[in-house]
Ligand binder design. Sequence first.
Ligand code: 6PG
Length: 469
Amino acid sequence: MQKNDIGVIGMAVMGRNLSLNIANHGYHVSIFNRTATKTKQMIAKNNHKNIFPYFQIQDFVNSLSSPKCILLMVKSGKPTDETISTIIPYLNSGDIIIDGGNSFYKDTIVRYQLLLKHEIRFIGSGISGGEYGALTGPAIMPGGSKKAYDIIFPILKKISAKFNEEPCVSYVGPDGAGHYVKMVHNGIEYADMQLISETYCILKKLLNLSNKNISKIFDTWNQGELNSYLIEITKNIFTKKDNSGEYLIDIILDEAVGKGTGKWTCQEALSLNQPLNIITESVFARYLSSLKSQRMLASQILAGPNIAPIVYNKEDFIEKLRQALYLSKIIAYTQGFAQLSSASKKYYWNLNCSNIAKIFRSGCIIQSSCLHEIVKIYKYDNVIINLLLSPIFQEIANKYQHSLREVVSYSIMQGISIPAFSSAMTYYDGYRTEKSSANLIQAQRDYFGAHTYKRYDKAGIYHTNWIKE
Ligand code: 6PG
């Protein structure tokens, strides 16, 4: 009996499209879903000669050649654990499970250890690219068993996105490293999206531009250093009309939600003492946006300035906005990569940031031309302490910081909320401050709690009796 090359569990959109992608590359794919209806729907819609549906989990697992390779594309959390428990009894030593969902990396570590006991090899892999990317070529961030990775690499290589013919997949690191990298990818995605949406707000409210003109501006920017997937789709969003002839963007409710990966990135930043303020503000901005009814009430009660739109030198301001967006974006990526480096040290993952940036260059949501620079910077120095200190980014920062300053101060004076832009500015100024005001914090801590402090003039740890001395 013919055995299939790989099995995919979970026939929601990502699982469906990844199955098709694998099948399109000539592999025989077994598919399974907890509820049979979805599997039937998938087959009814895509009757692919290389896809074989199964309705009993045992039949599904037995249909695979050895070592059996099973890709899980189910909801993160409990559903992933339940699916793993269902298939364990049918697997043999050396078989492989790949979790391609957005799992929390600590869950991945636990699963890796559990499966090790059963001699089952486990890979926790970030997969980015959304519905379309899954079908045509996603960016893939596998972590966990290196042996399993070597076995499945030929399939991953074929189905992944390519950048200059290089596959956007490479082994990231042990246990939870793959899902960690995907989590930070998503954090950067949140920051990128928030910065673009603040830019939209400024173009609309401060420059009074129409959707059509906003689209044109994003289109122009997409030809230059801001070139990215998110700018590309943003440009398209502003021209889309619904059946009534209205621009869709004007009808969509301004309450942004999320599935949790952005929040996890910030929680991790706090536990690593990482100043990840743009991503964190981007998560908070979504929470604030969800307080719609409160915002509506507050808009009637709380005072602010009347917006005075920019009338003169619009072109100049638009260029400053472009520079502010690019610098802020670089700072967001800088913060994300600094967190990866910090986690790499803490968990002994030995992450190669240049290779991670290479994976991000195509197929994923944050693909953008600034990643080409990041690849080069880390290739030259994988332990650089901060990307802003690299010659290429310091030059951009020194050239564009004034524009960011102007955009931030002007927007604030006009009462426009710009949490991501202003946190980029705050981080930038805080990072380049040689002597900060933290000496006062230390003095206060020591005053009320005898928490001690260090001094400039001599080594050691000191405490002062502030009241008596
Ligand atoms: C990707 C995306 C994807 C993510 C969505 C939703 O890389 O393809 O990151 O994995 O789940 O973008 O994220 P939120 O619902 O949290 O915005």
